[in-house]
Design a protein around this ligand. Structure first.
Ligand code: SAH
Length: 339
């Protein structure tokens, strides 16, 4: 087993299972995540325990095969143990360094505007491969991580167990201790998993990719909507916000002539009225799809109509366009190599 796949509770069970005091789990967790220890001999455990750890637990991280950096962003291309390639992005936000992690190799959700959706899912990532992205980027660029967006390639709620273990590890005080409000999981709207997420012992923030104010349009953009229509998604998100007292972000990509009219904005304001949500307007990054981005004036108008309708709305800052590391741009250019 890979050490970075263990939650603290999992590690306690491991120590109990080998007849050792489970409190050793906290010592190990703290050493690995807080002090960056990568050698079991430095933990001060007996020789018997140390050699047992060496035999049972690997400390392998994804291999960095390419490293790109610009003023406000950086990107790593990582190779996993079976040769699959994934991308991880670092954004230098005002509040600190935020990593955007991938959760699957490819994605099966098939959203019409998204580059990742053009590449079918090849497999889920294991917990250690998601944790490994954060550790790899923090060591590659020698920086502390202040926030994590689970918004890279893949649908996190189509890989729920690994993602929930991942957030438990990175947000734990003895782990990387990233503040839970600064860890955001973004989903296309897999309704039963939104309830599961709300019910986790320590849920983090939630973003929902909405992108349309009515089912006819959303089903055209996002096939998942045929299974989980807007009303059910919003009810699940409201359950989450009531339970956790965290405001939910509704992500809305502005697609020129498709979902960006004043009427769409009014319709959007109406369906979310009275709920603890805010809208995050996302400038579209062009891909091989048929869509183009709304211009800045249209985005500002749309935002104004939302605000007039009583909605809190923000515009997402754009990062990493020059690195092909912007939202939805993480792509499979190089995946041919691994086929
Ligand atoms: N599967 C998850 C998370 C990955 S996508 C989800 O659907 O939320 C992260 C965000 O980027 C989503 O809101 C997604 O709709 C958006 N996105 C996808 N392609 C994009 C593009 N070309 N430009 C801007 N945002 C994009």
């Amino acid at each position: 087993m890979n050490l970075f796949g263990y939650t603290l509770d999992g590690l306690r069970d491991y120590f109990s299972g080998i007849g050792e005091n489970p409190a050793k789990a906290g010592i190990l967790f703290d050493a690995v995540y807080k002090r960056g220890v990568r050698d079991f001999a430095e933990l001060g455990f007996s020789e018997r325990v140390t050699s047992r750890l060496c035999g049972d637990l690997s400390l392998e991280l994804p291999k960095i095969t390419e490293k790109l950096e610009s003023a406000d962003a950086a990107k790593l291309l990582l190779e996993l143990s079976d040769g699959e390639l994934i991308e991880t992005v670092l954004m230098r936000q005002r509040f600190g360094n935020c990593v955007c992690v991938s959760t699957q190799v490819g994605c099966n959700m098939g959203c019409a505007f998204c580059q990742s959706g053009f590449m079918k899912k090849r497999r889920d990532l294991a917990t250690e491969e998601i944790v490994g992205q954060v550790l790899a980027i923090s060591s590659a660029f020698d920086c502390k991580i202040d926030g994590v967006s689970v918004m890279g390639i893949g649908e996190p709620f189509d890989n729920f167990q690994s993602v929930s273990d991942f957030i438990a590890i990175i947000s734990h005080d003895k782990g990387l201790a990233v503040g839970r409000r600064h860890v955001t999981v973004s989903t296309c709207g897999i309704v039963p998993r939104i309830y599961d997420y709300a019910d986790l012992p320590a849920p983090c923030s939630l973003a929902i990719s909405l992108h349309a104010p009515n089912d006819a349009l959303r089903s055209r953009l996002m096939p998942i909507n045929k299974k989980y229509p807007i009303a059910d998604v919003l009810d699940a998100a409201e359950y989450y916000s009531n339970k956790t007292k965290h405001r939910v972000a509704l992500e809305y990509i502005m697609l020129s002539g498709v979902n960006d009219s004043d009427e769409h904005a009014r319709e959007l304001a109406k369906i979310i009225a009275g709920r603890d949500f805010y809208v995050n307007l996302i400038p579209y990054n062009s891909t091989d799809s048929e869509f183009t981005k709304s211009d800045a004036a249209r985005l500002a108008e749309f935002c104004g109509v939302l605000k007039d309708g009583g909605v809190i709305a923000t515009k997402r800052r754009e990062f990493g366009a020059d690195l092909k590391a912007a939202c939805g741009q993480l792509r499979a250019d190089r995946s041919a190599k691994s086929k």
